[in-house]
Design a protein around this ligand. Structure first.
Ligand SMILES: NC(=O)c1ccc[n+]([C@@H]2O[C@H](COP(=O)([O-])OP(=O)(O)OC[C@H]3O[C@@H](n4cnc5c(N)ncnc54)[C@H](OP(=O)(O)O)[C@@H]3O)[C@@H](O)[C@H]2O)c1
Length: 257
């Protein structure tokens, strides 16, 4: 049978942090293409309810799963719900993240362990659990950020977790390619999501991002979702262990506008 290279219809996909911000855009886009989407979330019931209503309005097959990625029981709950429903997972999109926006002097071990657990520890546990239930052709896609490679103001906890996430993805990609699972990373530039309101000097950051990007604008959530779609499809079979930067060209440019 010939399968169109970008086809993802019928694929079972879990998007962690999938009910708001970038995760919401990814979940709704993948579901609009016929994927059977589970969207994880932690505690924002209002966003989860809005997400469920939107999914129904758009006629999408999306379920939400409330689970705390800081705990073993939360990770188990995500796993159990997906596997008890479909018996397999075709793509894990690890988008959930938490952050403590502080200079290094104000960071404690507790801050680091929370951020590292949600941003990379839970990713490791979930990937290992699901791996046995991911058929050949399955995908793991993790969402990273510029802070994995560059020093960003008040980003020490998050940036270090994203660097570990990217490194782990490369390792998984190399170790698991033989079983037909591809692992890749998508690293967006600054996005217009709720995260911005948690940052100091958010307006200045947006201005800087726009001025430093050859595109002259922020990347849109759907533009990132389309790259995740591509990585979930057969069209990306040959891409293994890469980080795809979706930032309007900011990282490759030092032009002054
Ligand atoms: N925003 C940016 O400028 C930007 C730039 C580059 C990369 N990124 C990356 O893109 C991804 C999404 O960013 P965003 O701005 O859309 O994030 P966001 O709006 O803050 O959403 C974060 C999501 O993660 C979930 N989450 C947080 N802690 C959790 C926990 N303990 N257990 C389970 N779920 C948890 C949240 O659940 P609740 O809804 O229940 O709170 C929420 O759905 C992240 O990986 C981020 O690092 C963002």
């Amino acid at each position: 049978m010939n399968i169109a290279p970008f086809e993802i219809s019928g694929k079972v996909i879990l998007v962690t942090g999938g009910t708001r911000g970038l995760g919401r855009a990814i979940s709704l886009h993948l579901a609009s293409q016929g994927a059977l989407v589970f969207a994880g979330y932690f505690q924002n019931e209002e966003a989860a309810e809005e997400f469920r209503r939107t999914a129904i309005d758009k006629n999408c097959t999306c379920s939400t799963i409330k689970a705390n990625l800081m705990t073993g029981s939360g990770i188990q709950a995500l796993f159990d719900q997906v596997i008890s429903t479909y018996g397999r997972l075709d793509a894990l999109i690890y988008n959930a993240a938490t952050g403590v926006h502080k200079q290094l002097d104000a960071l404690t071990q507790r801050h680091l362990s929370i951020v590292w657990q949600v941003n990379v520890g839970a990713f490791f546990d979930l990937s290992l659990k699901f791996r046995q239930h991911m058929p050949a052709g399955s995908r793991i896609v993790a969402i990273s950020s510029e802070g994995a490679h560059r020093a960003v103001d008040q980003y020490g906890a998050i940036g270090s977790s994203k660097a570990a996430l990217e490194s782990l993805c490369r390792q998984m990609a190399a170790e698991w390619a033989h079983s037909g699972i591809t692992v890749n990373v998508v690293a967006p530039g600054l996005l217009q999501t709720g995260t911005l309101s948690a940052m100091e000097r958010a307006d200045a950051r947006v201005d800087h991002e726009i001025n430093a990007s050859p595109s002259g604008r922020l990347v849109q959530l759907d533009e990132v979702a389309h790259i995740v779609h591509f990585l979930c499809s057969r069209a990306s079979d040959g891409i293994i262990g890469q980080t795809i930067v979706v930032d309007g060209g900011k990282r490759i440019s030092s032009f002054v506008r």
